[in-house]
Ligand binder design. Structure first.
Ligand SMILES: NC(=O)c1ccc[n+]([C@@H]2O[C@H](COP(=O)([O-])OP(=O)(O)OC[C@H]3O[C@@H](n4cnc5c(N)ncnc54)[C@H](OP(=O)(O)O)[C@@H]3O)[C@@H](O)[C@H]2O)c1
Length: 220
């Protein structure tokens, strides 16, 4: 696939590395051309740096790996308001939460993914990759190496397929929770995890081990 990555920080680096390793064509860009060039050189494997507009042009999927404060500016510089992302699967991994606390900073009932959908008319927004630390995708996340489930939300079935494939390519198992109207829920889930972790608790131990009745039936 031809993948564009907006943002040049930790998550851009981790998923860029994973997708380039899986054989995809990856282009990265952010507000700093120097940082984009530096990341492209660090990742190797043919990864290129480009302007935000070039990053989104003609891609099979675009990852918005930007701090929530920079999302509006980044989408504008990529031409999202002019429709340049129309029809493109746009992956939203952002966590618009109060740092170290986990309280969502969106308005009551609103999801950040929904806000992104309004800022990028016609884009097929898929909420994904927001729950796990970037190191999960490069094997440096401190996990036990077991495959993790990546909960996703989105309204376009084809975009969900594309993003699901990109989840598998970095060792995850995609799980579609529902449409973009469920995005607030998965964003709250990240806030819950962040709140417990920064409060000194193991978030994994705060979730019951509930077996999936569907998975059990499939095994029978
Ligand atoms: N890292 C993780 O473990 C992780 C996991 C799940 C989800 N996420 C989410 O993924 C997104 C990126 O996280 P990250 O860890 O990669 O962050 P990061 O390393 O701090 O990088 C942030 C990126 O956002 C850009 N940015 C910040 N403010 C901006 C603005 N006002 N306008 C344009 N660009 C701006 C930065 O550009 P400059 O370099 O020019 O400042 C940089 O490219 C965040 O929304 C985060 O919540 C991160």
């Amino acid at each position: 696939m031809r993948i564009g990555i907006l943002g040049t920080g930790n998550l851009a680096a981790a998923l860029g590395e994973g997708w380039a390793r899986a054989g995809h064509e990856v282009v990265v860009g952010g507000r700093s051309p120097d940082r984009a060039q530096g990341l492209a050189e660090r990742l190797g494997r043919g990864v290129r740096a480009a302007s935000p507009r070039e990053v989104v042009a003609g891609r099979d999927a675009v990852l918005l790996a930007v701090s929530w404060e920079g999302v509006e500016e980044m989408l504008r510089s990529a031409g999202a308001d002019e429709g340049l992302l129309a029809g493109v699967p746009l992956i939203d991994p952002t966590n618009a939460v109060e740092h170290g606390v986990g309280v969502l900073l969106t308005g009551p009932g609103e999801s950040f993914a929904g806000r992104i959908a309004r800022l990028a008319p016609g884009a097929h927004v898929v909420k994904a990759f927001h729950l796990f630390p970037a190191g999960q995708w490069t094997g440096s996340g401190g996990g036990d190496g077991a495959a993790v489930t990546v909960a996703m939300c989105g309204d376009d079935p084809a975009a969900l397929e594309v993003v699901g494939e990109l989840v598998r390519d970095v060792g995850g198992v995609p799980a579609v929770l529902g449409g973009l109207d469920r995005a607030r829920q998965v964003e709250e889930a990240a806030g819950f995890v962040i709140g417990l972790a920064f409060g000194g608790h193991d978030p994994n131990s705060a979730i019951p081990r509930v077996p999936s009745p569907v998975a059990a039936r499939t095994r029978e």
